[in-house]
Design a protein around this ligand. Structure first.
Ligand code: PMP
Length: 353
């Protein structure tokens, strides 16, 4: 740290993303990326946009907004594009936290804590229930801006639309942010509620179900007044926050509905098969509706499993300490990959018995 860094950032400890090793050919199941390439239409769109890179992108992102809004059944004025959904979340912490606290589960997306600290906002963490579930009633008198990932990460557990609505309806004095990064893998989106609730902000990403993590594209979806708040922040930071290739790729990805549906159906199928295999080997798994599973073995500890998987060329994610100490979060790859990983896990758990 230099002696020039503003005091407010001196104690900030940044988010630690999953490793992206380049040293060997790992089976990479640690960052919830898609095993499938982006839609060919999206790749073509990005390539064509590359030829016009001497120009700035449209700061309104009119075509991108229209395409995304139409796809999810809202108005273009009810969406805002961003450089990954992390950017929308950061804007939401900036816009709505500080004067009042941020409120989120004790086990959830680790970036929420970092965003709160960066903005100097106090935060309150509400413990998940005994089965790692979010208990909606715990958020009914939040007295702060609520952040809920649905499905939650790293548990994969989903709240029903009715439960989400109950939290939004009980917090009319606060904004409720529903992070739908993983909603396309078996959940019911709450975007339809934005017309009824002026305190609801939904975030979405193209990083997972649309195989575009490297492109960095996310959206906020809310009533017009909340979108205007975020627009003020976006335009005060970087009115060109989505690069032209990504914006074009996003529009073309949306146009390729068939490919999107086939990719997510394949992940859901592989998740079902892999979960069944894990259970046969003595793992307990949460009922994940995301593109990962959250699993714990009855006798082999999380640290040992993690290291042995790594030694066998398989990278997964672990959250040491507390209730998640012995769990692994394993991203779902192709069925073929997951069969290979199940084989490796079977060997490891049998050898360790
Ligand atoms: N929310 C959750 C729950 C996530 O797991 C992630 C991915 N790490 C994000 C948001 C951010 O995704 P992105 O910035 O790639 O859109």
């Amino acid at each position: 740290m230099s002696r020039f860094l503003s005091e407010k950032y001196q104690k900030l400890s940044p988010y630690v993303p999953g490793e992206q090793p380049r040293d060997r050919g790992y089976i990479k199941l640690n960052t919830n990326e898609s095993p499938f390439p982006p839609s060919e239409k999206a790749i073509r769109g990005a390539r064509e946009a590359a030829e016009r890179l001497m120009l700035y992108p449209d700061p309104e992102y009119k075509l991108l907004r229209e395409a995304f809004a139409k796809d999810i059944g809202v108005k273009p004025s009810q969406v805002i594009p961003a450089n990954g959904s992390d950017e929308i979340l950061d804007m939401a912490f900036a816009a709505y936290c500080g004067d009042s606290p941020a409120v989120f589960p004790d086990i959830t997306y680790g970036f929420y804590r970092v965003f709160a600290n960066k903005r100097g906002a106090p935060f309150r963490e509400i413990p998940l229930g005994g089965g790692f579930e979010v208990v909606p009633a715990d958020y009914f008198a939040a007295e702060g801006t609520v952040f809920l990932a649905n499905p939650n990460a790293p548990t994969g557990k989903l709240l029903s639309l009715k439960d989400i609505e109950s939290v939004v309806a009980a917090n009319t004095q606060n904004v409720v942010v529903i992070d739908e990064a993983y909603i396309d893998f078996g959940g019911e989106s709450c975007v339809g509620l934005i017309n009824e609730y002026e305190n609801l902000l939904v975030t979405r990403t193209f990083s997972k179900s649309r195989s575009m993590a490297g492109a960095r594209l996310g959206f906020g979806i809310a009533c017009e007044s909340l979108i205007q708040d975020l627009e003020t922040l976006r335009r005060s930071t970087n009115p060109y926050n989505v690069n032209a290739m990504t914006a074009a790729a996003g529009i073309c990805s949306i146009a390729d509905r068939e490919y999107f549906d086939s990719c997510r159906a394949e992940i859901i199928r592989a998740r079902g098969e892999f979960t069944a295999e894990l259970k046969n080997m003595g793992f307990s798994c949460t009922d994940s509706k995301a593109n990962f599973v959250f699993a714990k073995h009855k006798s082999v500890g999380g640290g040992e499993l993690y290291e042995k998987l790594r030694a066998n060329g398989v990278l997964v994610r672990r959250f040491p300490g507390g209730r998640t100490e012995d769990h692994l979060r394993i991203t779902i790859g192709t069925s073929e990959t997951m069969r290979a990983v199940a084989g490796i896990l079977k060997r490891i758990t049998e050898e360790t018995k």
